[in-house]
Design a protein around this ligand. Structure first.
Ligand code: AMP
Length: 214
């Protein structure tokens, strides 16, 4: 099974696809956003700083990302998924060097090509389970909770992420266009890049990903 990097705008479905890959194929999922939200929940000075940056929709420092990447790669078994990393050119270099340091195989890159309008619609309707992390959506039938605002598995109230507000989402999207999107050329030249155009339905997208990784 191939290691994977997902490149996509915020709320395009990276987390949902990662969850499906974990369940069906036992992938190890490294979500940089989840690792950072964990840091932010610590009441330390660094935690508070990370929390502020996440709320604003901006990117945290590459120094912090380097630390978390090393920590994750030290223990992770293959196959792995990097979700939300790398997000800029210097992070792509951080990853390249860390993979050599920790003797891990190179990943393929899967690009979920979602339009701006669709990303905004998904981002601002997204709901998360605070217990298991499962992602739902208020309006997309395939990923709607069975009972409104309740996690199907944990039966706890779902929450909206504070960086899914329209203001923070706009900053996140702008950062994506300016800093993350240029990575496509880099990965095209460096390794294997697969493009999934206009992924609308999670299970249909998953079938396309399965065809790529097998
Ligand atoms: P995500 O869960 O991937 O949408 O990430 C949520 C937020 O965490 C982002 O808007 C950034 O503030 C921060 N973040 C996640 N991944 C990275 C990264 N690779 N580099 C810098 N900041 C990140």
């Amino acid at each position: 099974m191939k290691n994977i990097i997902f490149i996509a705008p915020p709320a395009a479905g990276k987390g949902t696809q990662s969850d499906l890959l974990v369940k069906k194929y036992g992938y190890n999922h490294i979500s940089m956003g989840d690792l950072l939200r964990k840091e932010a929940s610590e009441k330390s000075e660094i935690g508070k700083e990370v929390d502020e940056v996440i709320k604003s929709g901006n990117l945290v420092t590459d120094e912090m990302i380097l630390k978390l990447t090393d920590k994750a790669l030290e223990t992770i078994e293959e196959p792995y998924i990097f979700d939300g990393f790398p997000r800029n050119m210097s992070q792509a270099k951080i990853l390249e060097e860390a993979l050599i340091r920790f003797n891990k195989a190179k990943p393929i890159t899967i690009y979920l090509d979602v339009s701006k309008e669709e990303a905004f619609k998904r981002g601002t309707g997204r709901l998360n389970c605070p217990t298991c992390g499962k992602i739902y959506h208020k309006h997309l039938d395939e990923v709607k909770p069975k009972t409104e605002w309740i996690c199907d598995d944990c039966k706890v109230d779902l929450v909206s992420r504070n960086d899914d507000s329209e203001k923070a989402f706009t900053v996140r999207y702008e950062n994506y266009i300016e800093k993350t999107l240029p990575l496509l050329d880099y990965f095209k030249n460096k390794g294997e890049l697969y493009v999934i155009e206009n992924p609308m339905f999670p299970m249909e997208t998953f079938a396309k990903i399965e065809a790529i990784i097998k």
